[in-house]
Design a protein around this ligand. Sequence first.
Ligand code: ADP
Length: 616
Amino acid sequence: MKQFLKNLQSLQFKLVMIYMLLIIIGMQIIGLYFTNSLERDLTGNFKNNIDSQVTLIDTRIQEIFQETGDDREQMRAEIQNLLADYGNRPEIDEIRYINADNILVGTSRISNESLVGSRINEPMSQDALESGIANDEIFVNVDKDNQRVWIMNQPVVVNDEVAGVIYVESNVESIYMQLEAINNTFIIATLFSLVITSILGIFVARTITKPITDMRNQALLMSEGDYTSRVQIYSDDEIGQLAGSFNILSKRVQEAQANTESEKKRLDSVITHMSDGIIATDRKGRIRIVNEMAVGMLNLDLQSDELHGKNMLELLRLGEELNLEDIIQEANDSHLIFIDTADERTTLRVNFSTIVTDTGFINGYIAVLHDVTEQERIDAERREFVANVSHELRTPLTSMRSYIEALQEGAWQDEEIAPKFLSVTRAETDRMGRLVEDLLQLSRMDNDAEEIQKEVVDFKLFINRIIDRFEMTHKDEVVFTRHIPDAPLFTDISVDKMGQVLDNVLSNAIKYQHGDPKRVDIHLKQNTLYNRMTIRIKDYGLGIPNNKVDRIFDRFYRVDKGRARKMGGTGLGLAISKEIIEAHNGKIWANSVENEGTTIFINLPCEVIEEDEWDV
Ligand code: ADP
């Protein structure tokens, strides 16, 4: 049923209907005009024929009037004969002659002969008698199968007086039957032409609708994303040109689609491989695109496509403090969010922007996520460093100031106290000097301003010399045990810097130890496989709590602040050592057990130099 209704709405059906309607209307107009004029002609001819007969009868009656004079009987008989003659004609039903007194004088119809001599009450005949003007009318004879009869009354004027009236009743039905037969032929012809037109119409309409149907199917395919097929061009007319243009259009759309696809792929690949996280939403803030980086940054267990349709602000845990309105108003503002995992906290900076169409309509939102954990850490370290430097400088300054004030207030006169105060002030000044020196050295290394002058040395000789120096200065106080191979061990180092590192490590080993005597073991071992060596400096002192061991290489870090400062340390020694070792492509680390001792490991690359070559 639906299909049938659909067919009724089709263009082909409409075209066929138009053809048929045109044929029907054309035939109707032609038929109407044709039958009207035919009817007019036929009835005109018929009436003329009757008229001429009536004229003849009229003339003859006038003659009879003159011939018979007053012989009424003779006149009646002659009129009767005359009427009977004319009444024989097939188209004439009856001819009567009615005199001026409305009395029937004669009739051609035998069945009405009994009425002769009696008064006739025919209103039309009476009218003609009274007015002297002929009249006529077509009537439907109900008694005779509804056949049409034409009644005509023609007054007969003798000596300028109406002497009577000729009444003619003729059968016009034959004309109408003739017209009906012609009409029927016409209707049959119309039906024939309708059938032929509709068959032709179907074919003609199909030639028009076929390319249109093809184009419709092609358009449907295009809407489903298939741009490869083309419409067949059947002719060079407007429809053929339309099909041609349609093919060009689908080719252009195909090219545009391919361009869009490749652009999309490019964009997808850019978004996927971006180092920032990207989230794009629709205008209601529901996620449409999210890259793997964003999923990773937010530490989500979901795949990026599982996030589709989720609320962006809730996903970013900003749902409570922000809404989409705020994003529109505070475009370019950034927000920090913190993602806590089992072992670390990541800080993300989120920047929002809106996608606005040409008409100013907001179509969606974009959030760009930057991992600023490292930057935040560096910022925090920088702040801590500045605070540490200020603190480190303020402490000796405060202490110096208080000693100087005491001296000013009279202690300088005290021979016992004055030298003590002055030596403390001197020590603090020295410490400040060392601190500033260390800071400058660190800063130079940070800025790569300090060039390390390296030279190839035998590390065995180098370290032995340093230990010798320490043994001299700490005689009776420290026992140094050496586990150093006899064979030379060449390495490319800056003698000054490496000396500074070993000085620092060895003096720490002595500083943070109370034993009597103190013990320091020095191991040197070569790893020929990797062409590296490891120096191990072990003490039996205070040790470092396990969770703080790795931090001793941080700037200003001290395990026990008060004591370390008392020992004159700046808290920068190991930080500088680490920088120097790393500048030599080496590594430094520590192992320690609290109250048992600490071991500092230094791993450095070796130089492969034959002994002979060195000797030369
Ligand atoms: P400082 O000038 O304070 O000695 P360092 O950078 O050399 O600074 O050392 C940092 C901190 O590491 C020291 O303050 C100390 O607490 C700790 N430390 C270093 N070496 C040892 C060690 N051998 N034994 C115990 N603690 C140590």
